[in-house]
Structures are given as structure tokens and as C-alpha cells.
Design a binder for this molecule. Structure first.
Ligand code: ADP
Ligand code: MG
Length: 368
């Protein structure tokens, strides 16, 4: 769980802190009418630095598992404005053009108030998110052990899968299933990269693509789509049997077993749309589609959270999001869910709903 700081606007209008971290992974939510305590693997309060989130969430271990060949996924869940993109990418969500120069050192966050984050100081290296920190970790390993890295970047918008790396107007790509591959997206672009500059450039390119599309959508498009960045990690085969004591020269080198892991970052659309269902007759197609996929995700998580013997069929096919995440959710993957919440008393119902969602997700077990 990550609790963001109150924004200046929230402080100005006198919002109360309704969320308190009690240490030991417990978070307490309190107002006049609600009082609830939840326990998670980790709770990061408003003062926690990006680096501390990276180290304390298990993200580093997730990167290491991906290098070892596992399918690893981290997804950010929460209402719009709760800090999902900030957690994954840092403040670059709003200020992509201010992307920091590469080669940062880890530093502590100095920013305490949300509004000041959008200021020019947002290129401070300490503010970089889980993604950049993971890339840098991967590239370090890549230089010492020789990994081949490639990335693809998709978004699901209105139940259409779009390639964020392809140039030109967004095209919808077909989502298919095969026995060997499971669900996969046909014709998606995959780009090899060997440096931090290259992968960051990919993100930026996708960002500008996204800005173009948002001009058509007119309103906060990025929070209305799910974005999925997948990094494929191929460990180049080591050389085995080059020399043995018995025959020091004559054995031709044999490639050792090679491994292929994935590391997937999912920035989900704002969860608050779920609430809007039924509250108004005139829902936009967009809101309906976000609802559909987040509800489908919630439904799969609820079913997966049941003890293995009592599980019924898991309806991954109910939405594109759950199809694409099928392996991460219930199959052979290792998954980290970062649920982002606002501390404000005004966001209480969304906060409670996020905490309940996250509690269910926590009960899901996979078999990596
Ligand atoms: P979301 O992606 O969930 O809609 P954002 O990540 O865009 O939300 O965050 C909304 C605003 O709050 C942004 O201005 C962001 O920079 C700021 N923010 C979010 N989390 C934090 C944090 N932990 N510390 C400081 N500012 C934050
Ligand atoms: Mg966002």
C-alpha cells in the first residue's frame, strides 16, 4: 500500500488525514463513521521515498526473479490521482519532456507536497519510479552477465489493445490464444534495448503517442486506459564444458541452458469508475469499458483468492485486461500489487474500496 501526501489544494481546503500507517504493515482508516485496520506486506506512508518503495516493496527481488526466468508483474491500482503513475514512473507522467539525464544516483525524495512535484525540480533523480529503478537494476546485471533485453508497450483503451510503440494513428491489435503461448497480442512491436537511454526513449515515444491520442479523447485519456509495459529478458546461454580435466582442449563449447523471463509493469486506469456503474444512466462507453475490465479483474482476483480446492472456473476471458494478465494473476507468475491511496478524508470511500480490493489480491497464491 502506498499513501501519497495530501496535495496543497487538499490541505488548503482543510481535508483531514483519514489514513495512518501504524507500522508493521498495518494501515488504519478513521473518520467519524468508519474505523478499520488492514494488514499488508508493506505500507508506505506519505513521507516514504521512491527508493524506499523500490527496496521495501520487493521490487528488486522481482527483477532478480525475472532475470532467473520467471514471469513477473507489478501492477499499480487505485483511484485517479492516488499516485499510480508517480509510483511506477515518478513525476514524469506530467512532465515527460523533463526526463532526467541518465546515470542518476539513488537519492532521497525531498518533496513532501504533491503540488510542488509538478515543478521543475521534478527531474530530481531521487523521484524516479519503480520502472526506471528496475531498468537500471536490469542493465547492471546485463552488463555483468549478458542479458538480451527487449520491450513492448501496449495500452487497453475502450477494450481495444493498442501498440504504444508503433508510429502513426493508434491501431487496434488482435488478442489471440494458443496452447503454447497462452494469450498473446498479434503483431505487437518489440524493441531491443541495451541502455537506459534507449528504454527511456521508448517510454517517451509512447508518451508522445499517447498525448496525440488524448487530444482526440479530450479528457484525461491516460487515466482511462490501462498501460502495460513488458520487458523480455533473455539470458544468453553460458558456455559449458569448454574444458574438463580429462580433455582440456578437445571438447567443443556447448551452450548452457538459456532462460527467458518477463517483467511487466501495469498502470491501471483509475478505479473510481467502478463506482459510477448504476449511479447514472448515461455512462460513456469509456467508463463502461474501464468498469468492465476492472470489475473483471476484481472478479478473477476474488475467485483466485479462494482456497485452491474450492476454486471454480476463472473467467479470464471476460476482458482483454484479464486475458493479458492471466498468467500473472493465477498462473505461474510472481506478482506485486501496489495499491495507491490518498490520505484525504474526502477520498475515504475510494480508499476503503482500494484497501478491500488489495486485501483480496493479497490472498491469491500462484505457482511460479
Ligand atoms: P494516478 O496515476 O494514480 O492518477 P499520479 O501518479 O498522476 O496519480 O499522481 C497524482 C499527483 O500526485 C501527481 O501530481 C503526482 O506527482 C503526485 N503524487 C502522487 N504520489 C506522490 C507521492 N508519493 N509523493 C509526492 N507526490 C505524489
Ligand atoms: Mg496515472
Amino acid at each position: 500500500i502506498r499513501v501519497r501526501p495530501l496535495t496543497c489544494a487538499e490541505t488548503r481546503r482543510g481535508d483531514q488525514h483519514a489514513v495512518h500507517s501504524l507500522g508493521n504493515g498495518t494501515v488504519h482508516v478513521s473518520t467519524a463513521r468508519h474505523d478499520a485496520t488492514f494488514t499488508f506486506s508493506a505500507v508506505f506512508d506519505a513521507g516514504t521515498s521512491q527508493e524506499a518503495v523500490f527496496e521495501g516493496s520487493g521490487m528488486r527481488q522481482l527483477v532478480e526473479l525475472a532475470v532467473e526466468g520467471f514471469s513477473c508483474t507489478v501492477f499499480a491500482y487505485g483511484q485517479t490521482g492516488s499516485g499510480k503513475t508517480y509510483t511506477l514512473m515518478g513525476p514524469l507522467g506530467q512532465v515527460a519532456h523533463q526526463l532526467p539525464a541518465v546515470g542518476w544516483a539513488a537519492g532521497a525524495d525531498t518533496v513532501q507536497s504533491v503540488d510542488s512535484v509538478a515543478s521543475p525540480q521534478s527531474d530530481a533523480p531521487g523521484l524516479l519510479g519503480l520502472m526506471q529503478r528496475s531498468f537500471s537494476c536490469l542493465l547492471e546485471q546485463s552488463h555483468s552477465t549478458g542479458l538480451a533485453l527487449s520491450a513492448s508497450y501496449l495500452e487497453i483503451y475502450n477494450e481495444q489493445v493498442r501498440d504504444l510503440l508503433s508510429s502513426g494513428p493508434p491501431r487496434s491489435l488482435p488478442l489471440r490464444w494458443s496452447k503454447t503461448r497462452g494469450f498473446y497480442v498479434e503483431n505487437q512491436l518489440s524493441v531491443d534495448f541495451e541502455s537506459l537511454e534507449a528504454i527511456i526513449e521508448l517510454l517517451l515515444q509512447a508518451g508522445s503517442q499517447r498525448r496525440r491520442t488524448s487530444a482526440h479523447a479530450l479528457n484525461g485519456h491516460s487515466s482511462r486506459s490501462h498501460a502495460i509495459l513488458t520487458v523480455r529478458i533473455h539470458s544468453r546461454a553460458g558456455w559449458m564444458g569448454c574444458r574438463t580435466a580429462a580433455s582440456p582442449h578437445n571438447v567443443p563449447p556447448q551452450p548452457g541452458p538459456s532462460k527467458q523471463g518477463t517483467l511487466c509493469f501495469v498502470d491501471l486506469a483509475g478505479s473510481e469508475r467502478v463506482k459510477d456503474t448504476g449511479s447514472s444512466g448515461e455512462l460513456s462507453v469509456e467508463a463502461n469499458n474501464i468498469n468492465r475490465s476492472l470489475l473483471a479483474l476484481g472478479h478473477c482476483i476474488s475467485l483466485l483468492a479462494k482456497p485452491r480446492g474450492k476454486r471454480t472456473h476463472i473467467p479470464y476471458r471476460d476482458s482483454k485486461l484479464t486475458r493479458l494478465l492471466a498468467r500473472s494473476l493465477g498462473g505461474s507468475g510472481v506478482t506485486l500489487m501496489v495499491a495507491c491511496i490518498s490520505p484525504s478524508s474526502r477520498c475515504l470511500s475510494e480508499t476503503l474500496s482500494t484497501l478491500h480490493y488489495a486485501s483480496r489480491a493479497r490472498r491469491v497464491t500462484t505457482r511460479p
